[in-house]
Design a protein around this ligand. Sequence first.
Ligand SMILES: Cc1cc2nc3c(=O)[nH]c(=O)nc-3n(C[C@H](O)[C@H](O)[C@H](O)COP(=O)(O)OP(=O)(O)OC[C@H]3O[C@@H](n4cnc5c(N)ncnc54)[C@H](O)[C@@H]3O)c2cc1C
Length: 305
Amino acid sequence: MSTTSPDPYAELAPLRHHEPLARWTTLRIGGAADYFFEPQKPEHLAALLDRLEADAVPFRLLGGGANVLAPDGGVRGAVVHSGGMRRIFREDNCLRLWPGVTNPQLVRSASELGLSGVERLIGVPGHVGGSLAMNAGSADWGLWDQVREVTVWQPGGTLQALSREQVGPLYRDGNLGQAVVLEALIELEAQDPAQVRQRAEDFLRRKNSCQPVTLPSAGCAFRNPPGKHAGQLLDAAGLKGLAVGQAVVSERHANFIVNRGGASAAEIRALLEQMESAVFAAHGLRLRRELVVWPEPAAVCGDNN
Ligand SMILES: Cc1cc2nc3c(=O)[nH]c(=O)nc-3n(C[C@H](O)[C@H](O)[C@H](O)COP(=O)(O)OP(=O)(O)OC[C@H]3O[C@@H](n4cnc5c(N)ncnc54)[C@H](O)[C@@H]3O)c2cc1C
């Protein structure tokens, strides 16, 4: 694929060359992707992935960029962004979702329709595809709890409809492997719209009272170990305020790394390592990262994790 030839992918998706990823991640970090595609329909997404695979162009999926640390050196190959695919279709008490539906859009639509089940996503930035990849939600609930079926693209070009049981999602991990979400069917419960809206507002108020929301971040850096809270372990290890350059452990919530202005991916990676070492030294526990760290370009790329 050459940057000077006419765009051979034009019928599948709008393409930008050398697109800075810092524009598309909530941490506001990341160098340029060689190719940045925004397909407008799930069938175009599937055809684009077939084409990239056939042309041996490595690619990564990007939703709201709310859980990704994009590399300072950018991405050699393609980033495929789901933001152009935002449609929601009602089917009785179910909603069929395209992968670029944003979580706030989903919560708003469901509450207007009087459908309860996704209120806890109200303060969780991101898109449905990325949120299924992460099984986003709260300590005791994840988006997969509502899923009846997802349609995915698999490497090799196979399209599959998979049930929740077939995928086997885990805590903060959709267990999707290399599969790309094209569409999801979620099951909700009919309730009074005012009550659904009220519940969503309560969740948002609680979240905003304990999480830093004014500085760029990617939410929790680490998953909670079984029966414990990563934030409490990090706090007890005295990490609030620890900084590497412009990357800082939030004073408000020790599991949030915030970018106080101009932080680099290298600074975030160094801070993650310091946090991991400090928790291991203090508690003998190895934390698992929730933040998805894309490697710098010199490293091997081509998967979606
Ligand atoms: C202020 C703040 C608060 C947050 N609070 C929470 C919270 O309470 N609970 C929580 O769980 N998370 C939270 N997060 C993290 C983040 O919002 C979630 O992980 C969110 O679901 C990420 O979705 P995304 O679309 O931004 O995914 P991205 O960050 O774009 O991508 C995440 C992963 O999904 C993959 N991916 C993207 N699209 C697809 C697709 N279509 N098919 C397959 N894989 C795909 C990417 O390649 C990547 O591996 C918070 C983040 C912020 C900034």
